[in-house]
Design a protein around this ligand. Structure first.
Ligand SMILES: Cc1cc2nc3c(=O)[nH]c(=O)nc-3n(C[C@H](O)[C@H](O)[C@H](O)COP(=O)(O)OP(=O)(O)OC[C@H]3O[C@@H](n4cnc5c(N)ncnc54)[C@H](O)[C@@H]3O)c2cc1C
Length: 498
C-alpha cells in the first residue's frame, strides 16, 4: 500500500463505485463490488475501524437476543454468515457459551430457545446446544454463582478481532489493486445536473484536496451518516441515531475457564456477555440512546456500575472498579424507526436507500452480516444503475505476512500478549499514522490495558516519528493527543493510578 500511488490512482481513474467509510459496512460493500467485477475504491476519514467497527463485543453471532425478539430473518442470515467468517478469516474462533439457569422453568425456556437457534443454524451449525448439570457447570465455570443453580445450557457462537479483520480485508483488496485508503475525508460531492458524479476529498496526511470520479457513491459512514447526508442535501432528514454500548475489560483470572458467560436477563431486560478475548475478559454491553456523536465515546459511571452489578449477580467474582484494566464504548448506528422505541427494541436489520442525487446509503446491520450487507447494497446498485453485467470474481482473503517470532521476543509486560516486534511490524508495514493506530487497532493494547498503553506511548511515538520523518514537536503533540484519547478508556479509579 504505497500512499502516493493510491492517491494518484484515485485522481486519475473513473470508478464505478466510490465507498465512503472504512468500517465493516464499507468493506462489506468493497468486497461485493470487487466480486461483481466493478471498479471500486474506498476512503476513510480516519484509520480503518476508528469508529464503531473496532469497538464491538467481538462476537460473530446469530444473536440469541434477536431470537427472543422474534427477528428470525436477521438471525438466520447472521448464522449463515457466522460460518463463512469462521471458515475464511483468521483471528476468528468458535466460542462455547454457558447460560446459567436458576429455576427449572428457565432451564426449559432457554433449552427450547437455544434448540430453536440450532434448528435455524441448520447446516451452518457450530455444534448442538445442550443442558449441562449443576455439577458439570461448576467444574466448567468455577466462579459461577452456585446459590439456586440448577445447571446451564451450552451453545456455540463465534468470536473475532474486529480491527485486525478490517486490516486483513484492506490488505486483501489492496493485493487485488483496489485502492483503499485511510485519512482521506469526503467533504463534498461533485454533481452534474443534480446527480452525484464524484467526491471532493481531503487527504489529511499530505494536506491536499482532490476529487474522485465515480458513477455511484455509497455512504457507509455509520454514525456519521447524517453528516454525509447533509453534504449532499443540507435539508435532508436524519436517517440514523446513535446508541452507545459500553464494555469493561478485566483479567481472565476473575472468571477462569475457556467458556463465555451469557447473562440471559439483566436488570434492564437485555443480555450481557462475559467473553474471554485474547488473554483478557470483556464484559458488556449496554444500549444507551445518546445525542452526541463523540469520536471517542466514553462509558458513563452508570453503565460501568450496571455491567459490574449484573456480572456479580451471576458470579462469585465480586469484581469492582479496582479490577478494571480498560473500558471502551462504541456507537451503534441505528436506523430511525417510524415510531418511537427504546434503543434495545430497535431493529438491527440493515437498510439501503438512495437520495435524489443518486447517493446510496447503507445503514444499521451488524459486523457478523457485513458481507451480506455489502452484497445487498451492490445488488441494489445494479438494480438502480445500468452497469454492465455482473461478473463472478472471488476475493482471496490474504493473511498478514507477519509471523510472530516463536522465541526471544519480550512481551510488553508480564500479562501482555504483544511484544515490541509486533509494534515495530505495525509501524513498518501496516499504515500507522498515530500512536492510537498502533496501540488501539494494529495491536489491541489500549483495549487490554490502558495503563500499559500510556506507559509505552512515548516509545511508540519515537518509532513512528522515525518512520514518518517527524520532529520532536510532533512526538510531544502525538503523546498529548494519545493521552486524551486514552482518558476515554479509563474509569475514575484508573485515573488515580495513572
Ligand atoms: C457496543 C457495540 C457492540 C457491538 N457488538 C457487535 C458484535 O459483537 N457482533 C456484531 O456482529 N456486531 C456488533 N456490533 C455492531 C457492529 O459493530 C456495527 O454494526 C458495525 O461496526 C458498524 O460498522 P459501520 O461500517 O457501519 O460503521 P463504522 O465502523 O463507524 O464505520 C464508518 C466509517 O466511516 C468513516 N467516515 C465517516 N465520515 C466520513 C467522511 N466524511 N469521509 C470518509 N470517511 C468517513 C468513519 O471514519 C468510519 O471509519 C456492535 C456495535 C456496538 C456499538
Amino acid at each position: 500500500m504505497i500512499r502516493s500511488t493510491i492517491i494518484k490512482r484515485l485522481k486519475e481513474n473513473k470508478f464505478d463505485i466510490c465507498i465512503i467509510g472504512g468500517g465493516a459496512s464499507g468493506f462489506g460493500c468493497a468486497i461485493a463490488a470487487f466480486e461483481a467485477g466493478l471498479k471500486v475504491c474506498l476512503i476513510d476519514k480516519y484509520d480503518f475501524g476508528k469508529m464503531t467497527s473496532s469497538r464491538s463485543t467481538k462476537l460473530i453471532h446469530g444473536g440469541v437476543r434477536y431470537l427472543a425478539q422474534g427477528r428470525i430473518k436477521l438471525v438466520r442470515e447472521a448464522l449463515k454468515e457466522r460460518k463463512f467468517f469462521l471458515e475464511n478469516f483468521r483471528n476468528t474462533k468458535r466460542q462455547s457459551f454457558l447460560l446459567p439457569c436458576y429455576s427449572w422453568k428457565d432451564v426449559f425456556k432457554y433449552r427450547v430457545g437455544l434448540g430453536f437457534y440450532d434448528i435455524l443454524s441448520g447446516r451452518y451449525s457450530l455444534g448442538p446446544s445442550r443442558f449441562i448439570s449443576r455439577k458439570r457447570a461448576i467444574t466448567l465455570f468455577p466462579q459461577v454463582e452456585t446459590k439456586g443453580l440448577k445447571g446451564a445450557i451450552e451453545y456455540f457462537d463465534g468470536q473475532f478481532d474486529d480491527a485486525r479483520l478490517l486490516l486483513d480485508i484492506a490488505k486483501s483488496l489492496d493485493h487485488c489493486n483496489v485502492p483503499v485508503i485511510s485519512y482521506v475525508e469526503a467533504n463534498g460531492f461533485v454533481k452534474s445536473n443534480g446527480k452525484i458524479v464524484g467526491v471532493h476529498c481531503f487527504d489529511s496526511v499530505n494536506d491536499q484536496s482532490f476529487e474522485i470520479s465515480a458513477a455511484v457513491v455509497i455512504n457507509a459512514t455509520g454514525v456519521l451518516t447524517n453528516e454525509v447526508l447533509k453534504l449532499d442535501d443540507p435539508n435532508a432528514k436524519a436517517k440514523i441515531y446513535p446508541s452507545r454500548g459500553s464494555h469493561i475489560v478485566i483479567e481472565r483470572s476473575h472468571f477462569k475457564g475457556d467458556h463465555a458467560l451469557l447473562v440471559p436477563e439483566t436488570t434492564d431486560g437485555r443480555v450481557l456477555f462475559a467473553i474471554p478475548w485474547q488473554n483478557k475478559l470483556i464484559i458488556g454491553t449496554t444500549d444507551q440512546k445518546t445525542e452526541s456523536i463523540d469520536l471517542d465515546p466514553k462509558p458513563t459511571k452508570e453503565e460501568i456500575d450496571f455491567i459490574i452489578n449484573n456480572f456479580n449477580l451471576y458470579t462469585k467474582s465480586n469484581i469492582d472498579y479496582i479490577d478494571i484494566l480498560s473500558v471502551f464504548s462504541g456507537l451503534r448506528p441505528l436506523a430511525i424507526p417510524e415510531e418511537k422505541k427504546a434503543a434495545k427494541d430497535i431493529s438491527r436489520n440493515h437498510k439501503i436507500s438512495m437520495s435524489e442525487s443518486g447517493l446510496v446509503h447503507l445503514i444499521g446491520g451488524k459486523w457478523t452480516t457485513f458481507r451480506q450487507m455489502g452484497e445487498d447494497t451492490i445488488s441494489f446498485v445494479f438494480k438502480n444503475k445500468a452497469f454492465k453485467e455482473k461478473q463472478n470474481k472471488k476475493l482471496i482473503f490474504i493473511q498478514s505476512n507477519y509471523e510472530k517470532p516463536s522465541t526471544g521476543a519480550k512481551p510488553l509486560n508480564e500479562t501482555s500478549i504483544y511484544t515490541w516486534d509486533d509494534i515495530r511490524f505495525a509501524i513498518e508495514h501496516e499504515q500507522c499514522y498515530t500512536i492510537e493506530d498502533v496501540l488501539a487497532r494494529r495491536t489491541r493494547v489500549l483495549f487490554h490495558d490502558v495503563i500499559l498503553a500510556k506507559s509505552i506511548a512515548k516509545e511508540v511515538a519515537k518509532l513512528l516519528s522515525k518512520k514518518r520523518n517527524k520532529d520532536d514537536v510532533w512526538v510531544q503533540d502525538s503523546i498529548q493527543e494519545f493521552f486524551e484519547i486514552a482518558s476515554n478508556y479509563t474509569t475514575c479509579h484508573l485515573k488515580e493510578r495513572l
